[in-house]
Design a protein around this ligand. Sequence first.
Ligand code: ATP
Ligand code: MG
Length: 572
Amino acid sequence: MAVEKSKNFITDIIDAHNESGRFDGRVHTRFPPEPNGYLHIGHAKSICLNFGIAEQYGGLCNLRFDDTNPAKEEQEYIDAIIEDLRWLGFKWHDRVYFASDYFDELYEMAVELIQIGRAYVDELSPDQIREYRGTLSQPGIDSPYRDRPVVENLALFEKMRDGGFNEGEAVLRAKIDMSSGNINMRDPVMYRILDAAHPRTGDKWRIYPMYDFAHGQSDSIEGITHSICTLEYEDHRPLYDWYLDNIEIFHPQQIEFARLNLSHTIMSKRKLIRLVREGCVRGWDDPRMPTISGLRRRGYTPEAIREFCEDVGVGKVKGVVALHKLEYHIRQDLNRRAQRVMAVLNPLKVVIENYPADLVEELEAINNPEDESAGTRPVPFSKVIYIERDDFMEDPPRRFFRLAPGREVRLRYAYFITCTDVIKDETGEVIELRCRYDPATRGGSAPDGRRVKATLHWVSARHAVEAEARLYENLFTVERPEADAEVDFTNFINPNSLTVIDPIYVEPSLAGAQVGERYQFERLAYFVVDEDSTAEKLVFNRTVTLRDQWRKVRKQGRKPGKPGRRKTARTV
Ligand code: ATP
Ligand code: MG
């Protein structure tokens, strides 16, 4: 992994600590997911930041699951998070922890706060607690249970622990300030009763600490120096500080940064889980999802995701990063590493009339022009081939340089061909082209120096392998599906986010391609072999198109999809 010395406001703070000696030069971070869903690209930013900073300073980064809410957390999520982190390329060695490992200690801390008169058992109902809390403009009201004596609180907290109350009948609250301008400080709940077994502690507990009571102390227990989190926790910092100060334990420094938002998608587990449960996508790892597992299945590389995170940087200003920035990074990476192959998605049959019926030639194709060591491969050529339907127009407009009646073009790695005849069915649709080839142009150049304006990809019909292609578009039709609180984000789901083409025709070298292998289908897009592939049939996911078509179209001020939108069909 490239250990780039990134500089940002967080490293400035760490540098200052290192100078003042606050943490004796130690840098220890952590990535603290709650296992209530799969990781998404926003988490990747936090992951790269926490692991990256540890690496940059020669420090450590823990993985810690903040598993304080058994009602929402599952082993499936823990396993998926670990798999995604490994895939991204980060290592925590044996430093994987769980907030639930600290349930005993947290319980002791709660008892301590009761003993010093800073916590009490409240028997108001959840609704009453909400009511008494007040609003942003109105102070809260003290609970009638607020001034219970310590001994009573100790006994009642034990009773909560031992099953003497039902869910919702009692909570343990910190005694701070019901009139605080910061609502988080208005006697927040520390412990609640939950009749749920925990994935790790089983039936041992029926009271569970609130996230806010567990998070800061977990960091403290682990000796975390810099607790990096997103801006919405800024208002929680005084509370974390209050707990640490009153319990008198080691005090990490919390630092908040702006969370990553990406256009045309959503980034909240609560909403992503709805997409899965309501069947809007095929699962957490659907290639349209902004999850790490979805991006992996879509064909993204860990390197591209990390480059993207580095590129967007860290700051304090909220904003939305355009999705094409992420796509730019995967294009850059795949351009370097993906093998080129030829595939035809929307076939038009071409018969080369003067090519011998039984002849098959093996032509040499370059695997990756960006990487000489990738070598070449043979591609069979024969009398009947498929070209892309879009590469032919019977009556071409001025800027269309590809195949048309009477026109000569190059077949990639093969020959120049000229269209001599167009065959249509009874509805007038073109179903076949007749062409002639020039044997002297083998390999793609003419000895007499004549030029053609287009090079087309093709597949020999006899040798073509049938496969399925899944083409993905943005999952949402608008840039910010979550922006309007009044309109549910599912209203903006793009009904055309998946197009399946079956069959497509791919060159025979792809037979036996393995799940996860990434290819560039020349002139079309990058594709990856999907796990739904079988021995009989390969399934390819389109990772990303070759160019940012939308951006280009916008620049030209035209709408996507208009004929003749490409200036030229010329390739490399
Ligand atoms: P979500 O809103 O998606 O449920 P979360 O914050 O509840 O996210 P956690 O599992 O608590 O999810 O997140 C683990 C870490 O990842 C936290 O430190 C959190 O701040 C960070 N994180 C979550 N979402 C983003 C994001 N969009 N950009 C950057 N960091 C994020
Ligand atoms: Mg959270």
